[in-house]
Design a binder for this molecule. Structure first.
Ligand code: NCD
Length: 311
């Protein structure tokens, strides 16, 4: 199995098979005590990760850094391209060629869709897509699947409503494909002009997913086992007036949840703006902070596999 991960890039969720994703989740499970700081590890001692963030990030960047540090490795990079030579006009290709020689793995977040694929072309070392514009966010997807599997004991047959900005939300794109691959039932809940892009719909169809699409969150709540709500991606709207029309479309509060299943889990890749009322944080439905923690063990597993130190 090792040869199929070692040196591989993770640009889109479809780069890995269902078996490979399951193996990552199994390994992530074993990493939890290290992620919690209960056990020490030097599995990645001497390894260096480049962390290139051209767009804002809290969870993704810090959980990659935490994963690397907890396994004894080091991280270099930037979270503000303004402090790098990009400011002087350096191309992404040149930046990538440079850091390729400084490190063993490259984690890239960039505002252009396709940037991670481009980076993978120029880099010898594995490239991990930490979000490419409105494209994909495959490591978030694996931690989302891990979170669902832990909470529900399975993914097959679990009814997941993806809610919010399905057009520009990269987490929703890669997660929809992955959920179809794992046989989950899907509901796509979005304002009509923010529904899932055709490309994602086609990929989901090909995998046998038969999503129900709707605009009303009230309709989705009673059926859902998981409500996965996302932020309206303000920064991706070409016209602010268009954003203002849909801002605040969906808000989860305790009143909305009165018809929910007892076992309903609420997930959010975070950051939230106003999609989830803070009162919901105390309810047994809230899974989003646990979900955010799960980024650490999942990214540990991904780093260890791509670096080939584990099979
Ligand atoms: C998401 C992202 O950057 O795509 N955040 C994350 O990585 N957890 C979601 C978002 O910004 O809305």
């Amino acid at each position: 199995m090792s040869s199929s991960y070692k040196g591989a890039d993770l640009v889109a969720i479809r780069d890995f098979s269902r078996d490979q994703i399951e193996h990552i989740m199994d390994l992530a499970e074993k990493m939890v005590p290290i992620a919690l700081g209960q056990e020490r590890s030097d599995l990645l001692a001497g390894y260096v990760q480049s962390s290139l963030f051209f767009e804002p990030s809290t969870r993704t960047r810090l959980s990659f850094a935490s994963a690397m540090a907890r396994l004894g490795g080091a991280t270099l990079g930037f979270d503000q391209p303004g402090g790098s030579s990009v400011q002087k006009g350096e191309t992404l290709a040149d930046t990538i060629k440079m850091v390729d020689s400084y490190s063993d793995v490259i984690v890239l977040r960039h505002h252009s869709e396709g940037s991670a694929r481009l980076a993978a072309y120029f880099a010898e070392k594995p490239v991990i897509n930490a979000g490419d514009g409105a494209g994909q966010h495959p490591t978030q997807t694996i931690l989302d699947l891990f979170t669902i599997r832990k909470a529900k004991g399975k993914i097959d047959g679990v009814n997941v409503a993806l809610v919010g900005d399905l057009k520009y939300g990269r987490t929703a794109h890669s997660l929809a494909e992955a959920l179809a691959l794992f046989g989950a039932e899907l509901m796509f809940v979005a304002p009509a002009n923010l529904q899932m892009p055709k490309e994602t719909i086609r990929a989901v169809d090909k995998l046998g997913g038969k999503p129900k699409t709707m605009t009303s969150i009230e309709q989705a709540v009673p059926e859902a086992d998981v409500l996965y709500i996302t932020r309206i991606q303000k920064e991706r709207f070409p016209d602010l007036a268009e954003y203002q029309k849909v801002a605040g479309s969906y808000k989860i509060n305790n009143a909305l949840l009165k018809d929910a299943k007892t076992e309903l889990s609420i997930m959010h890749p975070l950051p939230r703006v106003d999609e989830i009322h803070p009162d919901v944080d105390l309810s047994p439905h809230a899974l989003y902070f646990q979900q955010a923690f799960n980024g650490v063990p999942v990214r540990m597993a991904i780093l260890a596999l791509l670096l080939g130190v584990i099979e």
